[in-house]
Write a protein that binds this ligand. Structure first.
Ligand code: GLU
Length: 488
């Protein structure tokens, strides 16, 4: 089946740290653009100057690139419909507002913010059945309106929502959707900036967007957009409203309540971008391959179908994401994993300027923890004993009390066996200690190797012991055993 190339966009507002929902929307928009051989556009919707944050736009670029959700047109790279930043398109919107006024679909409103606040308070107090703007300005000239209280010099422009405004629309995912009756929405603000509603319709039209895929929270806005398309004589795009991501307690994921709502949080924590991307593919969408949650983005795209989207808000379960992250960590080569751990540790402050020697040791040591990592950030703490000097290594006092009655004999016997050992490899170390402690002293492996582990790593629980000793070398291993001997 050949599909018509679709044009989709994600249109985040730069109002702070990018939200995980922006990545989620980008993923589904990009998937359908790819599936149809179309285009994925990034548009920055920065018309809300009160909520604008200067560094937010760069964070949007960085986090989406980090996830591999790349656009082919956008403010940073341009494209045939540039500019892609709404604040640079202000001249574009005004003529559309003028046309709506000339055609009687929109009107000027001079009501001051104080009057609007009073009106809202009155409506709330009287539990009025009809809420929203009371159309005081509708049909009045500036002079007529100026004679009344609550007048402000610079007007806004409002939509004149007709009584018979259509309140249903067809959604690609949901079928027929009902939405509440809109208020006389402001489309042009007093500062000359369009509101989201006018800008989104004008830009989606001018940029040739065929499918508007966005979060469920925009369903109530869609009737306004449908009206604007009708009034302006434009063909409306298809609409698809994705469900909202939920916390395990079913509440909506919000940046105020949940650190995981911030996209930058995932990189800080040490999640791999491919694991997070894979996880988002599973939000309200079934696994691509039977029996596993793991699937590449290409495979997701190849089988992509809107009909598979479930409208129930999917649970964003960090435990599940952690398991997937572990799967991806295990699938990396040791060298790739070492590169990722190093980049993470130096970017987020676990390590500052590591020496060449430390980097080489990290490369050699990463296989020791690869099987057990959930997050990249766990590697450096788990391997810290290798990067600590023998003198500075702290031996867990609880470990000393649990080391067993034979600990002292074990440690001195181990020292003798290791001093005599020719071949310093983990296999030879294992064999020599097995022969001296388990066979020679007749002690169970747990009590035979436990004190050695405690000496070498500072803890009774650690990454593989004999490999650690090989990496530390004979001198350091013996020095650590001597140190523990002195404490027992
Ligand atoms: N600027 C809106 C947002 O921040 C875009 C909504 C839409 O996709 O229409 O989510």
């Amino acid at each position: 089946m050949t599909k018509t190339p679709a044009r989709l966009r994600v249109a985040p507002s730069p109002t702070g740290d990018p939200h995980v929902g922006t990545a989620y929307m980008s993923l589904f928009n990009l998937a359908y653009a790819r599936a149809t051989g179309g285009a994925f556009v990034l548009r920055i919707e920065d018309t809300d100057r009160a909520r604008y944050r200067a560094d937010s736009e760069q964070q949007i670029f960085d986090t989406l690139h980090w996830l591999g959700l790349d656009w082919s047109e956008g403010p940073d790279i341009g494209g045939p419909y540039a500019p892609y930043r709404q604040s640079e398109r202000l001249d574009t919107y005004r003529p559309f507002a003028d046309q709506l006024i000339a055609d009687g679909h929109a009107y000027y409103c001079w009501c001051s913010t104080e009057r609007l606040a009073e009106l809202r308070a009155e409506q709330q107090a009287s539990k009025a059945s009809v809420t929203g703007y009371d159309r005081l300005c509708y049909g009045k000239t500036r002079e007529e309106r100026a004679a009344l209280p609550g007048f402000s010099e610079t007007p806004v422009v409002r939509m004149l929502i007709p009584d018979d405004a259509p309140l249903t629309f067809t959604d690609v995912i949901r079928g027929e959707v009902n939405a509440p009756r809109p208020d006389d929405q402001v489309i042009l603000k007093a500062d000359g900036f369009p509101t989201y509603h006018l800008a989104v319709v004008v830009d989606d039209h001018l940029m040739g967007i065929t499918h508007v895929v966005r979060g469920e929270e925009w369903i109530s806005s869609t009737p306004k957009h449908v009206l604007l398309y009708q009034w302006l004589g434009l063909e409306a795009p298809a609409f698809a409203h994705m469900p909202l991501l939920r916390n395990t307690d079913k509440s909506k994921i919000s940046k105020r309540k949940n650190p995981a709502a911030r996209l930058t949080w995932f990189a800080e924590q040490g999640y791999l971008p491919e694991a997070l991307r894979n996880f988002l593919q599973l939000m309200a969408y079934p696994p691509v391959h039977e029996g596993t949650d793991v699937a590449s983005f290409d495979d997701f795209v190849a089988a992509f179908d809107w009909a598979k989207v479930n409208t129930t808000g999917p649970i964003f379960d960090l435990t599940k994401l952690g398991a997937l992250n572990g799967d991806y960590i295990r699938s990396l080569s040791a060298d790739e994993l070492a590169d990722r751990v190093l980049a993470h540790a130096t970017t987020y402050g676990q390590w500052t300027a590591p020496s060449e020697q430390d980097v080489a040791l990290l490369r050699a040591a990463v296989p020791l923890v690869q099987e057990r990592l959930v997050l990249l950030s766990e590697a450096v703490p788990k391997l810290a004993y290798l990067f600590t000097s023998d003198a500075d290594l702290v031996i867990d006092p609880a470990g000393i009390s649990k080391a067993g009655a034979d600990a002292s004999t074990v440690v001195s016997t181990a020292i003798t066996a290791l001093t005599e050992l020719d071949d310093w490899t983990h296999q030879a170390i294992h064999e020599a200690l097995g022969a001296a402690l388990v066979e020679g002293l007749g002690i169970k492996p747990k009590f035979a190797f436990g004190p050695v582990r405690l000496a070498i790593t500072g803890s009774l629980v650690s990454p593989p012991l004999f490999e650690s000793m090989e990496l530390l070398g004979r001198d350091s291993s013996l020095a650590r055993l001597e140190k523990l001997a002195g404490l027992l």
